[in-house]
Design a protein around this ligand. Sequence first.
Ligand SMILES: *[C@@H]1O[C@H](CO)[C@@H](O)[C@H](O)[C@H]1NC(C)=O
Ligand SMILES: *[C@@H]1O[C@H](CO)[C@@H](O)[C@H](O)[C@H]1NC(C)=O
Ligand SMILES: *[C@@H]1O[C@H](CO)[C@@H](O)[C@H](O)[C@H]1NC(C)=O
Length: 506
Amino acid sequence: MNFSTHAAAILALCERAYAAFGLTSTNAKFIIDTDGGLVFKVNKSNGDITSLKHNGVEYQGTGKASAINFGLGTSTVTGETVNGYVEIKVKASGLPVTQYYVAKPKEPTIYMATYITKEIDPGELRWLARLRTSELPTGVHGNVGDTRGCTAFEGKDTFKCPDDRFIDEKIHCVSGSKVQVCMIMPGTAHESSASGPFMRDINSQTGSSDQELYWYMNSGYVRTEKWRFGLQGPYAMTFASAGTKPSEDLDTSFFSSPNIQGYVAASGRGTVTGTATGVPNGFETVVHWFNTNAQYWTKASDGKFTSPLMKPRSYSMRLYKGEFLVANETVTVAAGQTATKDIASKELDAPVIWRIGEFDGRPSELKNGDRIERMHPSDTRISSWSGAYTVGQSKASDFSMALWSKQGTAATVIFTLTQEQVKGHVLRIGTTLSFKRGRPSVMVNNWTGADPGAPALIDTPGVTRGAVPSSAFKVGSNTLTVGVYGSGDSTWLSANYIVDALELQD
Ligand SMILES: *[C@@H]1O[C@H](CO)[C@@H](O)[C@H](O)[C@H]1NC(C)=O
Ligand SMILES: *[C@@H]1O[C@H](CO)[C@@H](O)[C@H](O)[C@H]1NC(C)=O
Ligand SMILES: *[C@@H]1O[C@H](CO)[C@@H](O)[C@H](O)[C@H]1NC(C)=O
């Protein structure tokens, strides 16, 4: 070995040593080398992540740090190596929050969990990574949520583009030419979040300098139940090569370390199995369990289900046809045990004269239902919010998925009745969400239905059933007019509701 190769060998050894897995502490920060390509830094005074270097490239944005919400402020930040994992604990001084960052050797991943004991101002709890748009220009759904070059319509919510439902969301990534950075919500990561399997909120937002990557544990946007407290997650942020799909199934069992508050290991959990019947073919069969502490869900297949590993206690249990509630039960879960509980749809499938759309809790098949999740209602790509529906001629996609008191016109349904059909009928209108107390107003020819009253709360999709007297109908062509009770501010902020489906029962 000549001198220069010897020196190179020593240098290589030094670099290897420098790149080893572990925790380095300076006055101002902790430096965590995952030995998997990712080195990240945590500010010791507030727990902010101030650097995210992957294979030598800095991905942390230049303006603000990555943190829970807008940062936890003054905190007690401790770091140690426990059983071969690096654990950083950030205990906020002024907020009821403790944030954990955990690194596992050889993985370019920051495992996280968030312990909360109270609701936090401003009524939202989210992990917010502020990355560099220059390195990661593509958001979770391409240009959806891209705020560059846009003008605000009415406040910041214009850019709040609701994203994947909790039940479908296990991973979402922002990407660039070298890497993608992904949030992973494995297993029961949503168990302490609020609002059930169909909850959704923003996943990413692209600005000119920062690519913001989110994981919303608790959202203030269309919240349907109270916050849950305790440990949120574990969840993770990982770096992966561009074009690959990192595994969604992370093993987070090492969170059972005594230092992490609120983690319940698999051995302290139980499951529920059973049959879920009565949901017609073509609809997802969703089973949901919840109490004030925890929430879980699964999709049944061939009428059978097994729940995720749940924390012991009694639960409300619901069955949905798509997102439409069709049965309730209760069940008790005990640690180490499997409870058996069957659930069957109680939906009455009445014969109908006509039905528009399907009662599945989602407006997807109605007009603009395929676009609204990705576009603002004023988007020029969206079809008009008006339109008449003629039974026997029109398609479900001719009937508007939302009705506004100050936008578009009332929806009309034109249908023909025979002499025998001129009698009293039940009109059933399913609605999902409503805003500013918007609810359906109904006219059949000259007859006006009573105001059904404002919806009590945003909850699972609702149904308004009304009896229409025989005197309202006539032989031949009839016109049903569906409008909106309620007012509100102008145009897009006027009272409105989302239509799931409607039917005239025979
Ligand atoms: C860490 O946070 C403190 C308090 O906000 C701040 O003054 C300091 O500049 C931060 N350090 C780094 C390296 O970002
Ligand atoms: C479920 O229970 C709620 C009250 O807890 C009730 O209003 C609703 O009608 C029930 N729905 C079904 C489909 O059983
Ligand atoms: C009822 O509606 C018909 C048209 O369908 C109209 O000619 C008639 O004037 C209306 N009657 C009343 C009392 O409003």
